[in-house]
Design a protein around this ligand. Sequence first.
Ligand SMILES: [Zn+2]
Ligand SMILES: [Zn+2]
Length: 353
Amino acid sequence: MRAVVVNAPMDFGVRDVPVPLCPDGGMLLKVHACGLCGSDLRTLRYGHRRVTLPWIIGHEISGTVVGTGSDYGGPWREGEMLSVGPVVYCGRCDFCAAGRFELCEDYREIAQAWPGGFAQYVAIPEEAVRLGTIQHVPPGLDPAVAAIAEPISSCVNAQERGAVGLTDTVVVIGAGPIGCVHVCLARARGAAAVIAADVLPGRLELCRRFGPDHLVNAAEADLVEEVKRLTGGKGAEVVITANPVPETQVQAVEMARKGGRVLLFGGLPKDRSRPGLDMNAVHYNALTLIGTTTFAPRHQMTALRLLADGRIPGERLVSHRFPLEDFAEGVRLAFEGEVLKAVFLPHPDEAEA
Ligand SMILES: [Zn+2]
Ligand SMILES: [Zn+2]
């Protein structure tokens, strides 16, 4: 089969490799689409501490079951189309026992512990069948869109934790694909107003299509002042940082209304992870800082439902589709910031039919 093999940082290409064996208790999927994630770009550039090269990455997968292994006990049958997230929970730690799978202390990931989905076929291990993030693709949903349920699931978790609701003004700092999803979700949850900010005009223009009430170019205007102005001086009930820039966390605290919630969604670079937050503002304004990362299976179910009924316009988020053979070209465009969300199709001729 054809697969993207990453040999070393910035050394990768589409190669012929053997089709994986169908694992005992697991499944073999024919990959329909695999989404390119910001974390994939980082791995392509720098490698990854949990990935031993050479390796096949790609963790936002949709595909059809073409085989099941011996002693297979899962609910999915041959011919069914699945959306597969990467995380496989341990099922044994306190957090798994409590149903807070997103906090699992010993999770593993497809594309790290097992080869990933930038390939024509991917093996789904028995552990993932029991404890993974796998859902049926809802009827009528484009499988290329279903592939990107994973990042959306993390956003669903975040806004659930932030209890975004009817009377909230929500600021989303960062108008990349994640920021655009947060805009849609805030809308779907009934937010009173949504403000999206970025420093790149091109990104703001792409984000406009997702219906924020206000777009702020934070390179030109003082974002804190602008949010204060748009909220009658009071600040926003919810601020979401959807970017890796430490200063935006400082700003988020400054633009939050009294009693507001700050969702720290984007991780920061390791050596810049201690921004100078004004903790007195947190204290005296009774703010809630909410750290949020990954998701549990129920968030993935919600994400697929939102994609299926159009409340998250997946067709608009997937800005680029490439045959897997054009992986290098797609990655180049993504590095250049030309792409909102790219998916790669390992069987493009069949996808057309
Ligand atoms: Zn991802
Ligand atoms: Zn666990």
